[in-house]
Ligand binder design. Structure first.
Ligand code: C5P
Length: 401
């Protein structure tokens, strides 16, 4: 695939694998990309600026100041310039600093300023790679939305053998190409995402609700938008501000969410039901605040409409519906039953058993069920990586064209 017109910021840090950066630049330039290299001072102990500058056809940047004239390299501009930032090799030091938000060299300042996706290709000795602090840094970086290109196993510079070798430049190129090739694969598609909790009023000051943060739904919306779709949101009350690039209807209750979803449904190609809709609402909403008394209080609840199930009955052969399941027992069996009950094409099972998965956090671990019986189980990933995985699976649904 051609990378013509793509602007890639390549970070090089001080590992023996820095010699492989030369091959990587060559591959990227050959594929048509424009490459700007930002290196740390210690990278130059392994590879010269001249080698990297010659291959990338641009001066290599390393210092904040260009010379003694007061001219400086603008990390913010660099961070905004790139379509993709990749740090290869990424040392334990750089991973630790990135994950901790430190900023004592140009590369770290560029990383913190970058708005584009960031890939990190770690390289280090096997014991360093397995060290809890390095593993923690990587987990943290994943949860911030970075992509870690896992180190590979084999012979290491130390003479030991194990996991720690930087991914080969040819494989990194494949990762970069696949990142760009799926960039606009949802162009022309209209997508509806329900997200967040609903609030069901008891009286003017109290309501029944749940802990849904809406983060998974927002990550899905972001991925659809990034990949070219027109995104419509129906959002329950959430703390996160919703970007204006989405067409959003804000609702409070399940009934409002259903009404809004019904009005949009027929125009949509894909619907993702990620809202944590309250299954019940108070049978009566008191006009005035319910007064405290000395006796206990019982509240009678009535069933809310099931939005996904209602619209599932209206789904045309061309539409794709994706639902979620959050179960505490018989997880897989219950998740699969929703495929038929709610007429979903895909069900995404959130695991509550795994640390880091679930409602409020930035990471998630899921199993995706297709109607064909196929199941895809993920690692613990950032919610944006889970979103990417869900979109990739939507493309495997038979009605996808
Ligand atoms: O049956 P359960 O609540 O576990 O199903 C979860 C799935 O159904 C989610 O996709 C959720 O958004 C959707 N749902 C809905 N309306 C409801 C309840 C759940 O759309 N009232």
């Amino acid at each position: 695939m051609s990378l013509k017109g793509k602007r890639i910021l390549l970070g090089v840090t001080g590992s023996i694998a820095a010699y492989k950066s030369a091959f990587l630049v060559r591959l990227l330039i050959k594929a048509g990309a424009e490459v700007q290299i930002v290196a740390t001072a210690s990278a130059f102990e392994f590879i010269t600026p001249l080698t990297l500058a010659t291959l990338s056809k641009k001066p290599v940047l390393s210092e904040f100041q260009k010379d003694n004239t007061g001219a400086w390299n603008n990390h913010v501009e660099l961070g905004l310039w790139a379509d993709l930032m990749i740090v290869a090799p990424a040392t334990a030091n750089t991973l630790g600093k990135f994950s901790g938000g430190l900023c004592d060299n140009l590369l770290e300042a560029v990383y913190l300023s970058a708005r584009c996706p960031v890939m990190l290709a770690p390289a280090m000795d096997l014991d360093m790679y397995q060290h809890s602090s390095v593993q923690d840094s990587m987990r943290k970086l994943i949860s911030y939305g970075n992509h870690i290109l896992e180190a590979q196993s084999g012979e290491l510079a130390s003479g030991l053998s194990g996991q720690g070798r930087m991914m080969e430049p040819e494989d990194i190129l494949i990762e970069i190409e696949s990142f760009f090739s799926k960039s606009k694969d949802f162009q022309g598609k209209k997508v509806l995402v329900t997200l967040g909790p609903t609030q069901e009023a008891l009286d003017p000051v109290r309501f029944i609700s749940n802990h849904s943060s809406g983060k998974m739904g927002l990550a899905i919306a972001e991925s659809f938008f990034k990949r070219g779709a027109e995104v419509h949101l129906i959002a329950g009350p959430i703390k996160t501000e919703i970007p204006s690039k989405f067409t959003t209807v804000n609702v409070s209750t399940a009934e409002e969410m259903l009404k809004s979803a019904q009005s949009k449904h027929s125009a949509m190609d894909i619907c993702v039901f990620s809202a944590a809709v309250a299954d019940y609402r108070p049978a009566e909403v008191a006009d005035q605040k319910i007064k405290k008394s000395d006796s206990d209080l019982s509240i009678s609840l009535t069933k809310n409409p099931d939005i996904a199930q209602t619209l599932g009955k209206k789904k045309s052969q061309k539409q794709i519906h994706v639902g979620f399941a959050l179960e505490t027992e018989n997880e897989k069996k219950n998740a699969k039953q929703k495929l038929t009950k709610k007429n979903f094409d895909l069900v995404v099972l959130n695991s509550l058993q795994d640390k880091g998965a679930g409602f409020q956090g930035d990471t998630n671990k899921v199993t995706i069920f297709h109607r064909s019986g196929e199941q895809i189980e993920s690692e613990l990933l950032s919610k944006s990586q889970v979103a990417e995985l869900i979109l990739d699976q939507i493309k495997n649904v038979p009605v996808w064209i």
